[in-house]
Design a binder for this molecule. Structure first.
Ligand SMILES: [Mg+2]
Length: 424
């Protein structure tokens, strides 16, 4: 390759893209928007590779720019060297750059693909599937601060929302995000979903908030339902190992997120299904390496969603396309977004699936107008505390949880608007 295929400039832009409502989880909430940092890596010969990271409500711009300075002159083909530059294990004790590395890896793979005229999934072994099944992601939510989306709090509201998503996007698998209310109430909601869609599959994820004792009772209540798995009902590998005696398949995206934890889980099995995240694991290639280990030890594989826009979503679709052992519909928050920053707007679902992009590289391009609009929205609204609930001022998410919300407590759109400030 010519010497002009080296990194000339790195740009980082933080955006806030609005959601349909304030999505609640056991550790706080997504405050009506996803905050993401979009990374553009430009080479001397003018190609631009895309990366993305974020998800915790804060900007990663400063860290990306700082790392980007040191990557000037780097050849995007040198992916192992990139890893060595950013993820030295001792340096990482001070500056954990796993997710920053992931964003640069995405951009370098995008550049290589554009340079060679092939898609990332072709680079990584070739697509085994061109359509990727996606699970609906069901949240309890506060009403939209602008009044354009209803609250989801009761089993009836949840079922109505799930049926609407199913009829609109075609989902056959459904994930309920929980840990907000006492577990027995959430199991009432989960059972209502199963009753409303009896031929579909289900998963429940309260983000590690319940005690081992409560998680055991949840596992017993779910035992006869059409579950994909029970995801992180309690926190910690040993807690999950204790729970595994109940016999229900357990999944995680929190306690097995690196190769050390994966080795521990191989030697002392605690979790059955590992949900690979292209940012948590440090890139698409790390996820593929992990998937090889999972295949060897016959552990299950899924794909986790960390609140992605279309750029990271493309990395998830390319990963899903090449995984021989993808056992489940992937997760994505994508249908909760009102818009995207990629050319052409949001990727479209068909029969519960998203198509793997086929263009060179990641196959998605940045829309500069959308980037400007949502960068401006971020400037006006700023970061948000992912681990706080905008409508429960003094509440702090202890683990295991000590104070769950009252399912009878109703919060109006006006109250939410007052807490958040209007977004538009
Ligand atoms: Mg999870």
């Amino acid at each position: 390759m010519s010497s002009s295929f080296v990194i000339r400039e790195v740009r980082a832009t933080t955006v806030a893209v609005p959601l349909w409502g304030v999505l609640r989880h056991s550790n706080g909430a997504h405050w009506g928007r996803f905050v993401r940092t979009v990374v553009e890596v430009e080479t001397e010969d003018g190609l631009v590779g895309l990366g993305e990271l974020g998800g915790g409500g804060e900007s990663a711009e400063a860290a990306v720019r700082s790392v980007g300075q040191d990557l000037r002159g780097h050849d995007p083909f040198q992916l192992e060297l990139l890893r060595a530059k950013l993820c030295n294990p001792t340096a990482s004790l001070y500056n954990n750059r796993t997710q920053i590395h992931a964003a640069f890896e995405f951009a370098c793979l995008d550049l290589i693909g554009q340079r060679l005229g092939v898609s990332v999934s072709e680079l990584l072994g070739g697509r085994l599937r061109s359509q990727v099944p996606v699970a609906s992601y069901l949240f309890f939510r506060y009403p939209d601060p602008n009044g354009s989306a209803e609250e989801i709090r009761t089993p009836e509201q949840l079922v109505e929302h799930a049926l609407w998503l199913k009829s609109t996007y075609g989902f056959h698998s459904h994930k309920l995000k929980g840990g907000i209310y006492p577990w027995a109430y959430e199991m009432d909601c989960y059972e209502a979903l199963v009753a409303a869609m009896p031929t579909d599959r289900f998963r429940y994820d309260p983000n590690g908030i319940y005690s081992v004792g409560d998680a055991r009772l949840i596992a017993r209540r779910m035992a006869r339902l059409p579950n994909d798995y029970l995801e992180d009902p309690t926190f910690g590998l040993e807690a999950m190992r204790e729970l595994r005696r109940e016999g229900i398949p357990l999944a995680t995206n929190t306690v097995v997120v690196d190769f050390e934890q994966l080795a521990t889980n191989v030697f002392r099995r605690a979790v059955d299904v590992i949900l690979l995240d292209t940012t948590f694991w440090g890139g698409i290639r790390s996820c593929l390496k992990a998937a090889g280990v999972l295949d060897t030890f016959k552990l299950g594989v899924g794909v986790h969603s960390s609140g992605e826009l279309g750029i990271q979503l493309a990395t998830m679709l390319h990963l899903a396309a090449v995984l021989p052992n993808l056992d489940f519909a992937i997760d994505s928050h994508y249908h909760h977004l009102r818009d995207d920053v990629i050319v052409g707007g949001k990727l479209a679902y068909r029969d519960g699936c998203l198509a793997v992009p086929t263009g060179p590289g990641l196959g998605v391009r940045l829309d500069p107008e959308k980037l400007a609009i949502y960068s401006d929205l971020y400037r006006r609204t700023g970061p948000y505390p992912y681990d706080r609930d905008p409508a429960r001022q003094d509440w702090v998410p202890l683990v295991p949880g000590q104070s769950f919300d009252d399912p009878g407590r109703q919060v109006s759109a006006e109250e939410i608007a007052a807490r958040l400030g209007r977004l538009a």
